[in-house]
Design a protein around this ligand. Structure first.
Ligand code: GLY
Length: 347
C-alpha cells in the first residue's frame, strides 16, 4: 500500500493506492461505520464487506438526486449515527458523490471515506473533495467541497469492469498526463496496452500517476479559481458532446477523449503546440481504444450547447489548452473564434 496526504482548506485526505478493501477494518478504528454502495458493487464486492452495516442506493445517474440523499439521512437517523460515526462510500463516481454529499451535510458534516471501484472514480471522481448531486437537468448543481478522510484505491475491484469502463478511466489518466506529467504520458505511450489489459502493476502505476497529478493540483487550488481548471482539459467540448449526442451513445471518457483531441487542435493554432504533439495525443487515445473523431455537425451542435456552458464568461469560453505535452494552460477564447477554428474555417 502507498500513502499520500492531500492537504486542503476543507480537510486532509489520506490517499491509499494499491490498497485492499480488507484494509477498511483498520481504517474504521473502532468507529460506528455505515457503508453506502449500490447493487452492482454489492454483487461483486459484498463478500469483502462482511461485518459492515451496508446501505444500498439505486443504480445509475437517475438516482444521483436529493431524494436519494434524503433516503440516506433517514437511514442515518434510524441508526442513530452521531458525530463520531464514519460513512464509507464503496462504488463508482455516482456512489462516491452521493455518499460524500450526504455525509458532508448530515449533522453539519460526518467523517467519510471513499473506496472507488471504477478506474474513472479511482483517478478522478473520488479525489478532490467535490461532492454533490444533480438537480433538474443540471449535473452536480447541488453540492459542497469537503475532503474525505481517506480514499482507498483497490485495483483488484477493477477485475469485473467492462473494458469500455476501463477506457473511460484511461481517458482521464491521459488527461492528467497531458496537463501536468509528461513522464506519465511517455510511459503510457510505451505501456498503455498493459493498463488496458488490466495488468495489476501497470494499473497501479497509471492510477498512482493520475492521482498524484490531481492531488497536487487540488492541494494548490481546492476552490478551482486557477490551476484546478486545468483538470477540465477535454471537458468543455466533452460535456457538450455528452449532452447533445444520442443518450447512451458515448461514455464520459469517450466524450473527454474527443474533447481532448479538439483542444489539442486548438492548442496548435492558438498556443503553438507542435502539431506532432497533437498527433501523439490522438494516437495514444486511439491505441487505448478511445474515439477521437467528431463530425462537423456534431461539433456545431455541441458548440451551440457550450453557449450555455457555465464556464462561459461573456462571449468567451475558458478552454484548457496545451503549451506542450505535460503543460496545460487556461485560455480564454472568443466563442466565435473557437467555432471557426474547430470547424476548420479559421485562420
Ligand atoms: N470529487 C471529484 C472532484 O473533487 O473533482
Amino acid at each position: 500500500m502507498n500513502e499520500r496526504i492531500l492537504t486542503a482548506p476543507t480537510g486532509s485526505c489520506r490517499i491509499l493506492t494499491d490498497a485492499r478493501l480488507e484494509d477498511l477494518k483498520a481504517l474504521a478504528q473502532g468507529r460506528r461505520v455505515v457503508v453506502v454502495t449500490d447493487a452492482n458493487v454489492f454483487a461483486a464486492q459484498g463478500h469483502r464487506l462482511a461485518g459492515f452495516d451496508v446501505i444500498q442506493v439505486g443504480l445509475g445517474e437517475s438516482n444521483k438526486t436529493l431524494a436519494t440523499v434524503e433516503g440516506l439521512y433517514e437511514a442515518f437517523l434510524e441508526r442513530e449515527l452521531d458525530r463520531s460515526s464514519l460513512i464509507i462510500g464503496v462504488g463508482g463516481g455516482i456512489v462516491c458523490d452521493i455518499t460524500g454529499f450526504a455525509a458532508s451535510t448530515y449533522m453539519r458534516g460526518l467523517r467519510f471515506g471513499l473506496v472507488p471501484t471504477t478506474l474513472l472514480a479511482q483517478v478522478d471522481a473520488a479525489i478532490g473533495g467535490k461532492n454533490g448531486v444533480n438537480f433538474h437537468r443540471y449535473k452536480n448543481m447541488v453540492g459542497v467541497i469537503r475532503q474525505p478522510s481517506f480514499v482507498l484505491v483497490d485495483p483488484t475491484t477493477l477485475a469485473t469492469l467492462p473494458i469500455r469502463e476501463i477506457r473511460c478511466g484511461l481517458a482521464e489518466v491521459v488527461k492528467s498526463a497531458a496537463i501536468a506529467d509528461r513522464e506519465l504520458f511517455e510511459w503510457l505511450e510505451l505501456e498503455g496496452e498493459r493498463v488496458e489489459a488490466l495488468e495489476p502493476e501497470a494499473l497501479a502505476r497509471a492510477a498512482a500517476g493520475a492521482v498524484a497529478v490531481k492531488a497536487r493540483i487540488v492541494q494548490e487550488d481546492e476552490e478551482e479559481t486557477g490551476v484546478r481548471m486545468l483538470l477540465n482539459l477535454g471537458h468543455t467540448l466533452g460535456h457538450a458532446l455528452e449532452q447533445t449526442l444520442a443518450p447512451g451513445s458515448v461514455t464520459h471518457g469517450e466524450a473527454v477523449a474527443m474533447g481532448m483531441v479538439a483542444a489539442a487542435r486548438l492548442s496548435v493554432r492558438k498556443l503553438g503546440l507542435p502539431a506532432e504533439d497533437a498527433e501523439r495525443i490522438q494516437r495514444l487515445l486511439e491505441r487505448l481504444g478511445l474515439p477521437t473523431g467528431v463530425g462537423a455537425e456534431q461539433t456545431r451542435t455541441a458548440l451551440q450547447s457550450i453557449r450555455q456552458d457555465k464556464k462561459r464568461r461573456g462571449t468567451q469560453i475558458h478552454w484548457i489548452l496545451l503549451e506542450s505535452i505535460g503543460k496545460g494552460r487556461v485560455s480564454p477564447l472568443e466563442l466565435a473564434d473557437t467555432e471557426d477554428l474547430l470547424l476548420g474555417e479559421g485562420e
